[in-house]
Design a protein. Structure first.
Length: 487
């Protein structure tokens, strides 16, 4: 009896091993695509001074090299996620890779400001199509909770630590060759990733495009986002926050946002069904991400400028300075955060990480003009990497936990959208406030380096406040989920 049953027991195990292995290979390909997208967000930061010098950008105009990408990215993520649900996620993923790779080529060939900013906007469109569907595919590939938590941990590491890798890669390419190669490097990565995706990621038909994808809703939210960031970067920076033009543009942005909400309430097939926000955990997780990413973007963008303009670091040295962020994020995200979330719950793990992020930003406000790396920079990087490695995998687990298969693309697009919206608005506000503070200090006779540093300090304090607000939301809104505790 025992002998006759043995083949039946072995057969399922042997047949399931290739399928199980193929899922993890598919995860690697998805993460490779996400890595290329995330790298591009921060790889530009190190090259900004070189881009500014060659193409003649003003300080406020330079922010648009980053913002043009972020606005298209954040504004279209919801539409891209919905398209994945309707047309098939693998198809949208591969199309996004094609758009992103082609736009990267144009960025690398850019010879003036409009060409670079326009290509960056198109890059953002490709980035949105690529990244919006990744979490949805991961949830589908790994339905078992513990496997899903592990897979999301790997994805979260790539999505967060990839930013720090981008700083290192940007420094090496900019210093060894020139800034154009931070875009050219995307070409082989994009082509290889697309080829592998068609080979190893299971195809899906989607729900069909007959219902439509709510282009009107996408136009309203994209217009609201673009106008909001333009208002912060341009009229608010030059005329003041209470100037007539600033208030007028801000009011129009709010009207567009209100129109988007009304559209979602009345459309037959809305871009973002508002029912997804009725879930307390989903709404809370996305609000936390909006706040915390806004503060973190300021640290990467303004922190790299502090190292370059105040401390005089070379591009490669800037990248190496951010290396502890990558190491700490990778160690925690891949190996330990899922276990900690299973033992203590994602809420407690997330709050611990957010506290470390707030401490890192507060500590950066103490960095002086002639600060040494070991005393003033390294502790910030270590705290930031540890905090992000704890917080963001747990946050993504919460944000995706209640997503149904039909809404997985929408939930994936939403969690990516709040990250990019937070990054775009946070960067616009912090860069504008920092520049304004620097100008005020310069007008009062403060030296150039001290004035720059004073502007950065104010931005880091605001970033600290945003992280603290995220902690408050996590403590008040989120409920501990016993499903994630060790059984």
């Amino acid at each position: 009896m025992h002998t006759s049953e043995l083949p039946d027991l072995e057969a399922p195990a042997s047949s399931s091993e290739p399928a199980d292995r193929s899922r993890w290979i598919a995860l690697v390909v998805l993460c490779l695509g996400m890595l290329m997208i995330v790298l591009d967000v921060t790889i530009v930061n190190v090259a900004l001074p070189s881009i500014q010098a060659e193409l003649g950008f003003s300080q406020s105009g330079l922010a648009w090299v980053v913002n043009a990408y972020l606005i298209a990215f954040g504004g279209l993520l919801l539409l891209a996620g919905r398209l994945g649900d309707l047309a098939g996620r693998r198809r949208v993923f591969v199309c996004g890779l094609g758009v992103f790779t082609a736009a990267s080529l144009v960025c690398g060939l850019a010879v003036d400001q409009p060409m670079l900013i326009g290509a960056r906007f198109v890059q953002g469109i490709g980035g949105a199509l690529t990244s919006a569907v990744i979490l949805g595919m991961i949830v589908t590939l790994f339905p078992e909770p513990r496997e899903m938590a592990k897979a999301i941990g790997v994805y979260a590491f790539v999505a967060s630590a990839g930013g720090a890798v981008g700083l290192l890669a940007g420094g090496i390419l900019t210093q060894a060759i020139n800034w154009h190669w931070i875009f050219f490097v995307n070409l082989p990565i994009g082509i290889v990733t697309a080829a592998l995706a068609l080979r190893v990621i299971p195809g899906d038909r989607g729900n069909g495009l007959r219902g439509g994808a709510d282009v009107t809703g996408a136009a309203l939210i994209t217009g609201a986002m673009m106008l909001a960031v333009f208002t912060i970067v341009k009229p608010a920076a030059s005329d003041g926050w209470l100037a007539r033009q600033t208030l007028a543009f801000g009011a129009i942005s709010l009207l567009l946002l209100a129109g988007f909400i009304v559209r979602q309430m009345t459309a037959k097939n809305p871009l973002m069904s508002l029912r997804i926000l009725a879930a307390r955990q989903v709404a809370g997780a996305n609000l936390i991400q909006l706040l915390s990413v806004a503060g973190m973007f300021g640290m990467f963008f303004l922190g790299s400028l502090y190292l370059r303009l105040v401390l005089g670091y070379s591009p490669m040295r800037i990248g190496l300075a951010f290396l502890p962020v990558t190491i700490a994020m990778g160690t925690l995200s891949v190996r330990y955060t899922a276990r900690l979330a299973a033992r203590f719950g994602p809420r407690a793990t997330m709050i611990a990480g957010l506290i470390l992020i707030a401490l890192a930003l507060a500590l950066f406000t103490q960095a002086p003009v002639h600060g040494g790396y070991a005393r003033y920079v390294f502790p910030v990087m270590l705290l930031m990497g540890t905090g992000a490695g704890l917080a963001f995998p747990a946050l993504m687990t919460v944000a995706m936990a209640d997503a149904t298969p039909a809404d997985a693309g929408l939930a994936s697009g939403l969690v990516n959208t709040t990250a990019q919206v937070g990054g775009a608005l946070g960067l616009a506000v912090l860069a504008t406030v920092s520049a304004g503070r620097t100008s005020a200090l310069t007008a009062h006779g403060t030296g150039t380096l001290a004035a720059l540093n004073g502007g950065y300090h104010l931005a880091f304090w605001i970033g600290t406040g945003l992280a603290v607000a995220g902690i408050a939301v996590a403590a008040v809104v989120l409920r501990p989920d016993k499903a994630y505790r060790a059984g």
